[in-house]
Design a protein. Structure first.
Length: 255
């Protein structure tokens, strides 16, 4: 009797264990975190820019030699800049990100050159970009927390041109400039610091048809004033940090 009870208990145990095991869920690998790029953001940036101010001919006064400006004159400039930016992203179709951004930067980009078209009466010119900014659209593709994007739009700037001659004539120009910008960037969301992102961005900024006045040496003591037109263009590379206010989870990848 005892043997029968023992065998029966063993058979019941064998029957129950597989049934219980069948009800247990097998462990599955958790999906990787889906980073969400949708939301408002703001931050700061620092960078370096190389520029060129290309001055072109303008009609000279009657019987007046045009001096140093008979051909195109290019003044190279460079320097550091820094400022801030703010914008909005919208992530759609899982990985695409579209957005708009505005930024403003104070600038130390400057350069100078000297031209001596007439002996003993030279013209020295200094160009400086005091500040600039952009309003741009952005379109990019995200691999979770890594975003690659292209960008472009409107650019504005405030610049100064100072020209002086050996004979003591000084002409100062302050220009409010409007133009265009285009570029690309790489932005990374920091998973260990939720909300924070870092980026590296290249922008080409160009202002066309900038009007200036220059002193034009007529002889060793006499100077005339002539209008010239300029194209101011800059290539910038900057590093930025943003804080992104996420709007919920990222879009789900369609199966």
């Amino acid at each position: 009797m005892k043997t029968f009870l023992a065998v029966t208990a063993g058979m019941l145990a064998l029957a129950v264990v597989p049934a219980g095991a069948a009800d247990l869920e097998l462990p599955t690998k958790a999906p990787p975190p889906a980073y969400n790029w949708t939301g408002f953001y703001f931050g700061g940036n620092v960078g370096y820019g190389n520029g060129e101010d290309l001055f072109t001919d303008a009609p000279a006064p009657p019987a007046t030699p045009f001096g140093a400006f008979t051909t195109n004159m290019a003044i190279k400039s460079n320097g550091f800049f820094g400022g801030g930016q703010a914008g909005f992203n919208y992530q759609f179709a899982h990985s695409w990100v579209i957005g708009v951004e505005a930024d403003a930067d104070g600038s130390g980009i400057n350069g100078s050159a000297q031209y001596c078209a007439i002996a003993l009466n030279c013209t020295s010119t200094t160009v400086r970009l005091d500040d600039f900014g952009t309003v741009r659209g952005r379109l990019g593709y995200a691999w979770n927390n890594v975003l690659v994007y292209g960008t472009g739009g409107w650019a504005w700037g405030q610049g100064k041109v100072n020209s002086s001659t050996t004979s003591g004539v000084i002409v100062d120009n302050t220009n409010s400039m409007s133009g265009w910008t285009a570029g690309a960037g790489l932005e990374v969301g920091l998973l260990s610091f939720p909300g924070w992102t870092v980026r590296l961005e290249y922008l080409h900024i160009q202002f066309d048809n900038v009007n200036d006045l220059f002193p034009v040496p007529l002889n060793s003591r006499t100077v005339g004033i002539a209008p010239v037109s300029a194209v101011d263009r800059f290539d910038t590379l900057r590093f930025g940090v943003n804080y992104l206010f996420n709007f919920g989870p990222a879009p789900i990848m369609p199966r």
